[in-house]
Design a protein around this ligand. Structure first.
Ligand code: C2E
Ligand code: CA
Ligand code: CA
Length: 476
């Protein structure tokens, strides 16, 4: 059932209703998007209104909104032509999907009107379609799989008018994205409540930034072969009144509201203070800070770091910034590049964080002066069980060799994972197996105890993670 056929079907009738429907639809003018061959947003709302009117509140009708997760990254990595090819492919699949008329309502967003009566389980039908939309698409000779998310709203359950239904479907799509994307979410009132929860979170975060209610915890990073501590990662903590809020909840809110700048400034200041303290204690351990693109976009970011380093008399080499691939697709490249360059000149080091979780274009490795690549823990999880993960890790280690980067594996939790990592020649590791993130005082005690143990001091406390590669540690 093609979109056009569908449209004509409900447009039938020469009575008043038929005339009203034709007027609502804008007199039949139907400018189609040349890329996908689909009608656009201008045609969508009138069509939805017309169908609702024809349904007279009785017939079940569903609005599905679909879009490609991280199309911007596809564009950045493979070029706009690739993005266009994918959109055209999606348009073709949607036109022939048989569920109802499809529209391209904005850049990478599609809407679909599904006749609920003709398709019993609409959610299942949309999920099936969504899976088909994930490709692969052949772009410049490469098979590319994309992730598509869908939000679904049902008439009359989730709204009786076009605006409400579209809003509900878009909220459901947002929910699909915040739950990690690549899924179909059916609207539910909790999603709306979640939105007000987010507003509350935002207000609390604003207050917390003002009151500097954050602290840093530190997680040591180890050399795999020798067991030496090669760095510590600073991880921000927000101990709120009603229990700690995990960074995965509030960092995205901070990023989207601009609060990340104040939060980031706090992290830089605190990170430098602790780095100075480690130095004073004779512990030569660099401190890694997580920075988000929103911070590096600020023209004064590099100077801010420079001032903090000077204030605490910390050499730039003692500071590492963990950045993600998101940086390379950020629209404000000019400032980002300038900041990266300036910080690099200062001697600040970089690590490419969460490697493997995005599209991981190899070009990034060339463009970023990062000495270290942190392999995302999703690759580490399967080690020892999943041959594919092992092969991937071995390939990344090899890649590190070629590019002259150190490879650190994140989220190492089991002895088995450690064994495989050592076997494929991974340089460094971080994870609960070795040490959890800990408060500043605990970190100092941890590092001092390890130093004593390494020197073979007698009477010193045993290192808290005495179980860490004892055989390997004794060889140093
Ligand atoms: P990330 O940079 O990937 O940080 C590592 C996360 O993995 C931390 O979670 C850490 O506690 C956790 N982790 C470490 N070892 C293990 C392990 O063996 N198993 C498991 N399951 N997890 C492990 P955390 O502290 O919840 O941080 C989450 C994310 O929040 C970080 O991911 C980072 O992206 C962001 N974040 C944290 N602190 C900051 C910050 O100061 N600034 C910015 N911009 N982002 C931050
Ligand atoms: Ca990190
Ligand atoms: Ca990471």
């Amino acid at each position: 059932m093609s979109g056009r056929h569908d449209r004509r079907e409900t447009g039938r009738g020469s009575g008043l209703l038929g005339r009203v429907l034709r007027v609502l639809r804008g007199g039949g003018s139907d400018p189609r998007d040349p890329l996908t061959g689909l009608p656009g947003h201008a045609a969508f709302v009138p069509e939805l209104r017309a169908r609702l009117l024809a349904a007279r509140g009785e017939v079940p009708l569903a609005v599905a909104v679909l879009d490609v997760d991280r199309l911007r990254e596809v564009n950045a990595v493979f070029g706009y032509e690739a993005g266009d090819r994918i959109l055209a492919g999606l348009g073709r699949l949607l036109r022939g999907c048989g569920l109802g008329p499809a529209f391209r309502i904005s850049g990478d967003r599609f809407a679909l009107l599904v006749d609920g009566a003709a398709h019993g389980d609409v959610a299942a039908a949309v999920e099936e379609l969504r899976l088909r939309l994930c490709g692969p698409f052949v772009v410049a000779g490469v098979e590319l799989e994309v992730q598509v998310s869908a939000g679904l709203a049902l008439h009359p359950l989730h709204g009786r008018d076009a605006d409400r239904l579209l809003r509900a479907a878009e909220l459901a799509l947002d929910a699909a994205k915040t739950r990690g994307g690549s899924r179909t979410v059916v609207f539910e009132p909790e999603i709306d409540h979640g939105l007000s929860r987010r507003k509350r979170l935002e207000a609390a975060l604003r207050r917390a930034v003002r009151e500097r209610a954050f602290t840093l915890h530190f997680q040591p990073q180890f050399e795999l072969a020798g067991g030496t501590v090669v760095g510590v990662e600073a991880l921000v903590r927000w101990p709120a009144e009603d229990g700690a809020v995990p960074p995965s909840d509030f960092v995205p809110v901070a990023e989207s509201t601009g609060l990340i700048r104040a939060l980031g400034a706090f992290v830089v200041e605190e990170g430098c203070r602790v780095a100075a303290r480690l130095l004073r204690e004779g512990l030569l351990v660099p401190v890694s800070l997580n920075v988000s693109p929103a911070q590096l976009r600020r023209p004064e970011m590099a100077e801010q770091v420079e001032r903090a380093l000077a204030r605490h008399r910390v050499p730039a080499e003692m500071l590492e910034l963990e950045v993600t691939e998101g940086l390379f697709v950020d629209p404000q490249q000019v400032h980002i590049r300038r900041n990266l360059l300036r910080l690099h000149e200062l001697g600040v080091r970089f690590a490419l964080d969460d490697f493997g979780s995005g599209y991981s274009a190899l070009a990034y490795l060339k463009n970023l002066p990062a000495a270290r690549i942190k392999v995302d823990r999703s690759f580490v999880a399967g080690l020892g069980r999943d041959r594919a993960d092992e092969a991937l890790l071995a390939a990344i280690v090899e890649l590190g060799r070629v590019f002259g980067k150190r490879i650190l594996a994140e989220g190492v939790e089991t002895e088995e994972q450690r064994r495989v990592l050592a076997a494929v020649g991974c340089d460094e590791a971080q994870g609960y197996l070795f040490a959890r993130p800990m408060p500043e005082e605990e970190l100092l005690a941890f590092l001092a105890a390890r130093r004593r143990a390494a020197r073979g001091d007698v009477g010193g406390e045993p290192p808290p993670s005495a179980d860490f590669p004892r055989s390997a540690a004794s060889s140093t």
